[in-house]
Write a protein that binds this ligand. Sequence first.
Ligand SMILES: Nc1ncnc2c1ncn2[C@@H]1O[C@H](COP(=O)(O)OP(=O)(O)OP(=O)(O)O)[C@@H](O)[C@H]1O
Length: 249
Amino acid sequence: MSGAVLEVKGLMKSFGALVAANNLNVEVMPAARLSLIGSNGAGKTTFVNMVTGYLKPDAGQVKLDGKDITRLPPRLITRAGLGRSFQIPQLCEAMTPVDNILVALEIAGDGGSVFRPARTKGSLDRAVEMLERFGLERYAGRPVNELPGGVRKLIDIAMSLASRPRVFLLDEPTSGVSTEEKFPLMDKVMAALEGERSAVIFVEHDMEIVTRYADRVLAFYSGEIIADDAPDEVLNDPAVQKYVTGTAR
Ligand SMILES: Nc1ncnc2c1ncn2[C@@H]1O[C@H](COP(=O)(O)OP(=O)(O)OP(=O)(O)O)[C@@H](O)[C@H]1O
């Protein structure tokens, strides 16, 4: 046993002649803060989609807590303990934040209907607790389609975290967020994770966010991981400066 919560071995994916993932190997420990960087088309989303079941790999294996989840459908992967939030929040527009979180709990749970999620005391308490953690109590009773973009993003993240995923994947959490809002948003996400053992993996183009919130960085280039180390090491790597950050002198 490696102690890793997520183990990715030999993951491969091609689209015709284009190799979008070339033998990706990654182990993620509980409570890790891992950032995925790389220029457009480097293969980050392909990696995330394969790990979360949205894309079938051509070869390789993904294990969560030692359980093989390769090729399971996304919903079963969520149930196994792998949460995901999207660049564009995936919300039930006419429902309140509390009801959205109840739906997320239902999807991550063992059954019931996502159209009429159970309103047990446990699930309601958890939904309210999540809103409090993100400072969103005042929006509790309004439909989410009336709420501002930053708030919707936080609700989407609160939905994924409500079921206490073992691994939480965030796709560009600060994209579309203003410079003034990006640090408060990440501070809230990281504070909400305190006390949980979830490992966090976030795709990010903003190097200020990467250096402040990640304890490890994977740099992708042309379907391969070209660096895997602490943020300072990766950002000072000549190949990363040449192919990823464009900061080579
Ligand atoms: N469904 C698909 N069909 C064909 N090619 C694809 C498909 N999905 C991704 N690709 C290609 O695979 C490569 C990797 O794309 P991917 O979306 O994983 O990159 P990325 O690092 O996430 O980029 P970005 O930062 O722009 O989101 C790119 O060349 C892309 O054009």
